[in-house]
Design a protein. Structure first.
Lengths: 232, 232
DNA sequence: GCGACGATTCGTCTAGCATCGAAATATGGA
DNA sequence: TCCATATTTCGATGCTAGACGAATCGTCGC
């Protein structure tokens, strides 16, 4: 019977979605951003160990994918098809889905912190601009180093390159940005840049979120110093 | 938390689909046709009592709807949205869905039996033609009777109207056709018409399905006698 | 009315699975 | 090197829900 062949995977996929804790995780990921296992544990309101089991199942059913970055594991929806299926189910639930749209509103694109460095649109633009200026050179898998021009340029911005390099931490790495699906600059250098931008009030931090706002001063300085016109 | 509000129904809906037996039923109904509880029990490969419980749940989640017709209960998908969700899940399962499209292939539109009468495209066309000829008069909710012209005409086709009417069975009723979403003729009269068509080889029955095929002779006779040009 | 049949209800059994805590593993940063 | 943190593995527990059979209800057809 071809019926068996075609509905067996479907039912197990639907069953994977059909568990409250897992559904909460999936709908949390519906905005296209990735979350760590710990974040999802909070969202799902279950213990980390339980979350781990759930995530394994979701991964096995190819509903989510994981990218290991350091000691974090970033989970995100496996594909747009998964989002489409979740939306279709939302329709049945009698409400319009949160909808994963190509151009998501400001909240996702906006500048924001990623732990200790700049992510979001601004982070991606900054990363791209630094490469465009040829300040960054690739030094391995998702690893960067500074070119001579880069050292000079960043020193001019106020970064103590030697001190930053001295930190026993990866110097400069590419960090995949989940709202932009592109890389931004992380590592000690990324953290140093954020610190300087904050100290000089080029950027201000939102009180209870990761949102960053570029100040008028910051916008002017970023334009003048590295030819970057910040979004919004 | 609005998360709880929005994912609670979704997870229960997904859970309703995420059970092998129920998934088999739903995918069986994906062709748009309705099935009786017994038929679905066979498809799902579970006992009638188990099937009943499953169908109740599917109905409660508004995934299927039921129409009571005599001692049969006809279950069908609640809406096109349900089909869409099932298709979306099929995509995730890595195969193209059987797809419930407005114009489904021959199998669904083709002439077929509905218990003991003619359904499918041919059944609907026949029903409409008989009303067009004014052989049928409405005699209640989904009930028909024959007009004087109808008696004459059907007698000419070989139907023993008195004998048919004598059967202690509803004489002529409208039966909703699930592939066409329109009515066809059921009841003793519908059965009599099928019997005659089969006896005269205007139509032949498929061996192991409900498919009916109109023979060249049948096509010619239907055209000549009642001005009906059979499909295909 | 009286079988025959379709379908549901009820009671019970069982198995799978979601859950947690504790311990183990891995990685980054000092 | 060592600690802190993120995450997984393992084992035990408890609940849910899917399964069936027997009995009941309701409708058709004679």
């Amino acid at each position: 019977m071809d019926v068996d062949e075609s509905d067996a995977p479907v039912s197990s996929i639907a069953a994977a979605i059909g568990e409250p804790a897992r559904a909460r995780m999936l709908y949390c990921l519906l905005d296209g951003r990735a979350r760590t296992a710990t974040e999802l544990a909070v969202v799902a309101d279950v213990a980390p160990s339980t979350t781990s089991a759930h995530l394994q199942r979701l991964e096995k059913q190819r509903l989510v994918k994981v990218v290991v970055q350091g000691k974090h594991r970033y989970y995100s929806l496996e594909s747009a098809d998964v989002a489409a299926a979740l939306e279709a189910l939302s329709v049945l639930a009698g409400r319009s889905a949160p909808a994963l749209v190509p151009n998501t509103p400001d909240r996702l694109h906006a500048a924001r912190t990623c732990y200790d460095h700049i992510a979001g649109t601004l982070g991606v633009l900054l990363h791209d601009r630094l490469k465009e200026l040829d300040w960054l050179s690739t030094a391995g898998d998702r690893e960067y180093d500074l070119t001579r021009a880069g050292v000079t340029g960043l020193e001019a911005l106020g970064v103590d390159v030697d001190a930053t390099r001295a930190l026993r931490r990866r110097f400069a790495t590419a960090c995949l940005d989940w709202s932009e699906r592109r890389y931004h600059l992380a590592g000690a250098l990324g953290a140093a840049l954020l610190a300087i931008a904050l100290r000089r009030k080029w950027i201000v931090r939102d009180l209870d979120s990761r949102i960053l706002t570029v100040t008028p001063v910051g916008r002017r300085e970023l334009e003048r110093r590295i030819g970057l016109d910040a979004p919004r």
